[in-house]
Every structure is written in C-alpha cells, then in structure tokens.
Design a binder for this molecule. Sequence first.
Ligand code: ADP
Ligand code: S3P
Ligand code: MG
Length: 176
Amino acid sequence: MPDENNNTNTKAVFLIGFMGSGKTTWGRKLANQTGRAFIDLDETIVSETGVAITDYFAQHGECAFRELESRILKNLPLDRPTIVSTGGGAPCYFDNMAWMNKTGITIYFYLPAKALWDRLMQTDVSTRPALNGLSGEALLAFIETKLAERDPYYRQAGHVVNQLSLKLEELVKLAN
Ligand SMILES: Nc1ncnc2c1ncn2[C@@H]1O[C@H](COP(=O)(O)OP(=O)(O)O)[C@@H](O)[C@H]1O
Ligand SMILES: O=C(O)C1=C[C@@H](OP(=O)(O)O)[C@@H](O)[C@H](O)C1
Ligand SMILES: [Mg+2]
C-alpha cells in the first residue's frame, strides 16, 4: 500500500538493534506497508562483495568487516524514501550512529537478552559470525554481555520501541 502521508518524508529510516531483534523481518514489512524502498545492509554487503558475511569474517576478520560495513552504509542510495535494516553491530562502530541520526530517522528494536536468545536459538547461528558459534547457556551469557555493551549505542536512536509488543501501525507512525 502506498504511503498515505501526502507529506511523504524523504528521510531514510534506519532500524537498529541486536541480532535477532527483527530488523530484517520488520524492515521488509514496513517497506511493503509504506511503499518505500527496502535495503538490508547485510544483503547489500553480500551482493557487493560476492561472499557471505560468515565467509567475509573468516577471510578478512571483523575489523575489515566493520570498515566495509561503515563505508557501504554511508554510500547507500538514499535519494528516495527508504527503509534500511542495519546489522546489529553497525551503530556501535566509528561515527555510524551519529551519521544515521543526522541522515534519517533511527528506531531501536529493544528486546531483553532472554527473548533474543529464544529467537536466536531457533535460527542457524552459523549465519551470524558475531555469535562465535555459541549455543545454549553460553550463548545466553554472551548475549547478556554484548547487549549491555551495545545498548548505550542503540539508545542514541531517535525512537526506542519494545519489539515484543510492537505493532506495524505504530512503526509506520514512527517512520513518518
Ligand atoms: N515477532 C517477531 N518479529 C520478528 N522476528 C521474529 C518474531 N518472532 C520470531 N522471530 C524470529 O526471529 C528472527 C529475527 O530475525 P531477523 O529479522 O533476521 O532479525 P535481525 O535482522 O534483527 O537479526 C527470525 O528468525 C524470525 O523468524
Ligand atoms: O551484531 C553483529 O555484530 C552482526 C549482525 C548481523 O546482522 P543482524 O543483526 O541482522 O543479524 C551481521 O551484520 C553480522 O553478522 C554482524
Ligand atoms: Mg538482519
């Protein structure tokens, strides 16, 4: 459905939050609902490099990935209204968070560590190299530590929503 708001905001909308918080899933839904373009930052990285994120980490290391991620983020084609689902680490490196706040609307999908764990345990954790192949209790402990470290970056977002109770209509309003 096209954007009902005649005063269409040309600013990009950046969805941020921990791995498994639903940025990719909801970014797509939000773009469909508003008729805006959709970009998943990780998918853009994969299409530009021709390698899966896991392979990129393995071949070049995390530092190189963060440099690439920042460069690709800042060169996204944002000349039309666009929803951008970022990767979970993107707001926490370089000046990426300040750049996103300056460039568009930022929305943090908050979820407690246990809820993230429940979701991530249902997925193939090998596709998310930042989880270091952990599972079970070790994964929960890792998520707790990493979320505490990243949360101050995520909270610099213009909007913070509890993803567990999030309704699409609420997200559409925030994106305007
Ligand atoms: N309410 C929900 N919203 C979004 N994802 C959910 C929800 N409940 C369970 N999930 C699962 O959680 C995972 C979220 O993954 P994804 O959208 O890729 O998150 P992110 O891009 O933030 O890492 C998916 O496996 C999805 O099926
Ligand atoms: O949190 C992270 O450090 C990462 C999150 C991933 O994106 P999702 O948050 O979409 O899983 C992806 O960018 C990469 O595997 C690193
Ligand atoms: Mg994602």
